[in-house]
Design a protein around this ligand. Structure first.
Ligand code: 26W
Length: 859
């Protein structure tokens, strides 16, 4: 396997020239190379070689044969055939990184929204063409085989998916990196609808095992919990702390290979599963307390049992805090073990070798845990330990929503992590008495500032502010889009910014073009291969080259033909999932993201109802046919989000069955929106709905994926929409609504939604519709809560204030879409100008500004 020669480079490399399909046919069977030991398997290069490997695994790993094999068995066999190569590369990558003992980044995240891995790994190994040919010749429909794989949905939404894109880029760019997280037995719930209402069912992605993971019992860790702290003085009279834990939990690591694209390294994602420590309380058992001794086990296992399905509201549950401590403590022990293997007890190189990225505040307890290890275990002085910590941790904030900022009751911390609470108090005291008193020495509001900066929120319920702890304990703090990072400095942490301006920076999010274009939109990828260098999946800026073809008729037709084919495919999926027929010639207008009032699916809904009302008033209204497509899960405890889902389904049912409007309008909410469904929806989108209230969506990443696949964005100047508009140009995006400053101003002067209600007859009529039983026959007002959220309850997210501008924006879309050449040009420009939003660029920003890593040559 010819390795591409790259010394300490920026990680960029030449991707495979010829497309995999061409190579599959042409490449003659290769004689096994002499140098390689016999047990090392070569990447099956040809269709024949892969067919043999798949069949061998069908018979061996799957214990069946091609006559009676199920689709699941074919999937398992294909995965195992790929794993022969993948796990070998894991070993080689680790060996090399151990040898070069390079500085590495450790990404601590409670969520990884990975989706499926087969197609992604085939794409990264440049085997998609070969595999699809091999499976076809073996009599399988590879689409069905792909669909056999359950999503690895160990995340809620944006934050979790970003982590998945980032570890893909870190491997592809050959940076030494490990993702750390929790090996949840149950990922994000499966969503279905009963009478239009969301029903949650547990996700059991591993019920039949998972070929993409290896258990590493040799790296098991033991984690203390509960108990009390003993304070004693040693013979030098110095204070010593001994934590006597009440429980010991075992952490069992599972490694998932992260296959870099092309000839790259294969890094690992290490996920911790909780088990009861071997300590089995025999005395309890012998005393007949079988159940009690067993309870210990059950409790231990519950820690990694299930992902918390909230993506904005801090549940504040004890188990969630234990999840956060469990995986950060396991990860830090794992990192220290690996470091000590090379450096023994000499901590002086630790900050040179190790950087830990906190993916929001969820892993922030890692900071007092590191201090505990350094002081209580390694006997380091406080100042040395603290100085080291502040060189090791960096923190990314992903939301400004107050309800999403984690705060833990002091009493809970006291019970679960008594030693950590002591350390947090010490950190806080030294911070407030130190730099805060210095910087704000002559500020008359010093006390108020201190109470705002304090990690401890006073009051009858004292709370631990994990955001403040993260900023104080990190050397870098970044937001995830330019406007968001400005608001982090100006609104979220203004006093901290005053103390440490150099600590605050921005890294605009990105998405991996391997999964979100190359693998999910093969037809468009092939067209692109014909017009620019085929290494665009690792040099996404090269998409620029398509811009000059945006007005070219032939290219326009080819581009829009592919869009149409993808829409035909999605129409089939929509029929399967909802039994609704949609016309692929209609505008496919898509809003896919978690259901949250700040994302304003309710604004999209009232506009749809207005369109419906206009068509009822004039069925011959000359408007392009439209299909509004939603995908959205609501957190199980989020009442209004669930009401909005119900309203969308009820309105959809009525509109889709209403012959009077001659199919000019269709509305579908596809159940169980997840990564693998997004991969089917995004290539078929004409319009991308990014309509959050300005200042609320930190960045968004769906906006990037949809534009990359040729959708035109209808959006507010919020999050990364602003940077997308900068890249594509104002002619190729439809911006509407209040800006962040205008939102602040309107809220400041006392916003009254009723003013807009009474000022706009159409808007009033639509909102009043919710009070009737038009969409809920016999149950008048069943949808009224959605109306109340935009009137009686104050319309916190300014839907009514932005309604008219939004309605105008969609009139603009109608005009633009009618002009096929103009629309095709806009679609092409959106794809061509998405180079910036490559997660590789984001990672290079993190490397340059925060992590300071060297990429090490591919295996
Ligand atoms: C405490 C419960 C909880 C769980 C998850 C609170 C907050 C979260 C996440 C931070 C929410 C999230 O996913 N935020 C999204 O992160 C994306 C990646 O940076 C951004 O693109 C989205 O704008 C942001 O909403």
């Amino acid at each position: 396997m010819a390795t591409v020669k790259s010394t300490k480079t920026t990680g960029k490399k030449a991707a495979p020239a010829k497309s995999s399909k061409a190579k599959a046919e042409s490449a003659p069977a290769k004689a096994p190379s002499q140098s390689k030991p016999a047990h090392i398997i070569d990447v099956p290069k040809t269709v024949e070689e892969l067919k043999v490997s798949i069949l061998r695994h069908l018979h061996t790993t799957q214990g069946t044969d091609s006559e009676k094999a199920s689709k699941k068995a074919w999937w398992g066999a294909t995965a195992s055939a790929i794993n022969e190569v993948v796990f070998e590369r894991v070993t080689q990558t680790q060996k090399k990184q151990r040898k070069t003992d390079t500085r590495a980044v450790h990404y601590l995240s409670l969520e990884y929204l990975m989706g499926r891995l087969l197609k992604n790994n085939l794409c990264s190994l440049d085997l998609m063409g070969v595999a699809e040919q091999a499976l076809t010749e073996l009599g399988c429909d590879f689409h069905e085989i792909y669909d056999e794989e359950p999503d690895m949905a160990l995340g809620n939404g944006g934050l979790g998916r970003l982590a998945a894109c980032y570890i893909d880029s870190l491997a592809t760019l050959n940076y030494p990196a490990i993702g750390y997280g929790i090996h949840y037995e149950h990922g994000l719930f499966n969503q279905s609808f009963l009478g239009g209402r969301q029903v949650e069912r547990p996700d059991s992605w591993r019920e039949y095992g998972n070929p993409w993971e290896i258990c590493r019992p040799e790296s098991v860790q033991e984690i203390p919990l509960y108990g009390y702290v003993e304070t004693r003085y040693n013979e030098q009279g110095e204070i010593e702390k001994e934590w006597h834990p009440g429980r010991i939990i075992k952490g069992v690591p599972w490694d998932i290979p992260i296959v870099g694209y092309g000839e790259s390294n294969v890094n690992i994602l290490r996920l911790w599963e909780s088990r009861a420590s071997d300590f089995f309380n025999w005395d309890v058992f012998n005393a007949g307390g079988y159940l009690d001794s067993h309870v210990e086990n059950v409790q231990a296992e519950t820690i990694s049992k299930v992902l918390y399905p909230n993506d904005t509201t801090d549940a504040g549950k004890e188990l969630r805090l234990i999840q956060q401590y469990f995986f950060t403590a396991c990860s830090i022990k794992d990192i220290v073990r690996r470091y000590k293997r090379a450096h023994g007890d000499d901590w002086s190189k630790f900050a040179d070798q190790v950087v830990m990225q906190l993916n929001d505040t969820h892993p922030a307890v890692a900071i007092p845990e590191m201090m505990r290890i350094l002081i209580d275990r390694a006997g380091m002085e406080w100042d040395d330990a603290w100085a080291l910590c502040q060189k090791v941790f960096a923190y990314t904030n992903h939301t400004l929503l107050p309800e999403a900022l984690e705060k833990w009751p002091v009493h809970l911390f006291e019970r679960v992590l008594p030693r950590h609470l002591e350390i947090i108090y010490e950190i806080n005291a030294r911070f407030l008495d130190g730099i805060v008193s210095k910087v704000f020495a002559d500020d008359e509001h010093l006390d108020a500032i201190k109470s705002k900066l304090s990690i401890i929120e006073e009051g009858d319920h004292k709370m631990v502010r994990m955001g403040n702890l993260s900023v104080i304990g990190s050397f870098k703090v970044n937001g995830v889009a330019q406007i968001h990072s400005e608001l982090v400095k100006s609104d979220l942490f203004p006093e901290f910014y005053r103390i440490w301006p150099e600590k605050f920076t921005n890294v605009t999010n990105g998405v991996t073009p391997r999964r979100w274009l190359k693998a999910c939109n093969p037809k468009l990828s092939e067209l692109i291969d014909k017009h620019i260098d085929a290494d665009w999946p690792v040099h996404l800026d090269k998409l620029q080259g398509l811009a000059k073809k945006a007005k070219n008729k032939t290219f326009q037709n080819a581009f829009m033909k592919i869009k149409h084919d993808n829409k035909v495919e999605l129409a089939k999926t929509i029929k399967e999932l909802t039994d609704v027929d949609v016309d692929p010639n209609a505008i496919f207008d898509i809003q896919i993201k978690r259901l949250h009032e700040y994302k304003r699916q309710q604004l999209n809904l009232i506009h749809i109802m207005a369109l419906y009302r206009r068509l009822l008033q004039n069925p011959d209204l000359d408007v392009p046919k439209r299909v509004f497509i939603f995908g959205a899960k609501a957190a199980p405890g989020y009442h209004m989000a669930k009401e909005i889902i119900y309203a969308i389904n009820k309105v959809a049912d009525r509109i889709n069955l209403d012959e009077r409007i001659k199919d000019k309008l269709k509305v579908v909410l596809l159940p169980n929106y997840r990564v693998s469904l997004a991969e089917k929806m995004i290539p078929a989108a004409d319009v991308s709905e990014q309509i959050s209230t300005a200042g609320k969506e930190a960045s968004g990443t769906g906006n990037m994926k949809l534009a990359l696949n040729g959708a035109v964005t209808v959006g507010t100047l919020d999050g990364a929409n602003i940077e997308i508009a900068e890249e594509v140009g104002d002619d190729n995006i439809v911006i509407f609504g209040l800006t962040v400053a205008q939102v602040k101003e309107l809220k400041g002067e006392g916003y009254n939604p009723w003013d807009y209600y009474y000022a706009n007859p159409e808007l009033k009529a639509v909102l009043d519709w919710f009070d009737t039983d038009y969409f809920t026959p016999g149950k008048p007002g069943e949808l009224a809560d959605v109306k109340r959220s935009m009137l009686d309850y104050g319309d916190e997210y300014l839907c009514l204030a932005d309604y008219q501008s939004y309605s105008q924006a969609h009139k603009r879309v109608d005009e633009l879409f009618r002009d096929k050449a103009k629309w095709a040009e806009m679609a092409i420009i959106n794809t061509a100008k998405m180079g910036k939003f490559n997660s590789d660029r984001s990672i290079e920003d993190y490397v340059r500004d925060i992590w300071k890593l060297e990429s090490c040559q591919a295996v």
